[in-house]
Write a protein that binds this ligand. Sequence first.
Ligand SMILES: *Cc1c(COP(=O)(O)O)cnc(C)c1O
Length: 395
Amino acid sequence: MKTNEIMEKSEQYVLHTYNRYPVALDHGKGVRLYDAEGKEYLDFAAGIAVFALGYGNETYNRTLKDQVDKLIHTSNLYYNEPMAEAAQKLVAASGMDKVFFTNSGTEAIEGALKAARKYAYLRDNSNDHEIIAMNHSFHGRSMGALSVTGNTHYQDPFRPLIGGIRFADFNDLDSVKAQVTEKTCAIILETVQGEGGIYPADPEFLKGVKELCEEKDILLILDEIQCGMGRTGSMFAWQAYGVEPDIMTCAKALGCGIPVGAFVMNKKVAEHSLVPGDHGTTYGGNPLACAAVSAVFDIFDQEKIVEHVQEAGAYLEQRLDGLVEKYEFLSARRGKGLMQGLVVAGRPVGEIVKKAIENGLLVITAGADVLRMVPPLVITKADVDEMIEKLEKSF
Ligand SMILES: *Cc1c(COP(=O)(O)O)cnc(C)c1O
């Protein structure tokens, strides 16, 4: 089918909840994607920070094909080897204790919120606990995840949301302290805010939140769905801060394209929260998804992806800083590693994205005015140079 036909058919049958760009992607190779007409795009979006390994990684593809032939699904009523392997690798990479696999990031958030409420319920034998979340955060679209997403535009049509949620300002410790009550059971935040506009947590802020949590037996939930899995130059962004969460959520690059998420707990939470009957999922952690997760961790090791991100990320930062100096309408760069945003002042950022697509470059937006770059983690310096060239042409 041609792009026009694909677009028409999609708009006829698929519920219109996205204003999509007029591109129908067909296949990919490395850090490049090709549309239905064969036009090439340099990919600085990676399916929203998902396809970290680039397209067509041989080990990854072979693992999945083998697993398809062997066993795709069993339910959680039985054990399966890929889940055991994937969980062990996620625990080893995080230094945490226990994993629950989900089908998406949103479901990982739901699980994390339930684990936190259960922890506090067991502690106090009461069930009126509160959770503090951040303004401008994004945690997903289901009712629980939406309830902790600090964006009234997303929330308003769907009220009433779940109760007991209070909002504070990201990177403002006093505003967090002001929301703490004797009922607070958890504080949830993204280590680097993604959708809200690429805001890394200030080290002092994150340390302060952690101290507050320890002092008052509040659980710290770090959402690493976008910023985790090597993207910021450490396996999980919190590892560079030296601040350990009680619960961490993962998804996006965890399966590199196979839909899978996870919430991961430290020992304290694992031993005092969810037990049989409390939580479940039919698909979550099925052999195909877990074979993907397991392969992703192996490839990260073999190809030294995290070290590569440190190098490629430093170069990307340097080139983007060059653009901020050169162009009046670019007011700042924010980000870490290969999770970067350019703040665009006085020009519609959406127009730049559309021009970039015409010029064969996929970039996305974050917040109202940020040009977001979350490329596959395997990009090279030459790819960065090519991106800069295409982007400048699009200005
Ligand atoms: C994408 C995202 C989510 C939601 O994940 P889905 O897989 O889309 O459900 C939650 N939190 C953060 C930080 C995200 O970037």
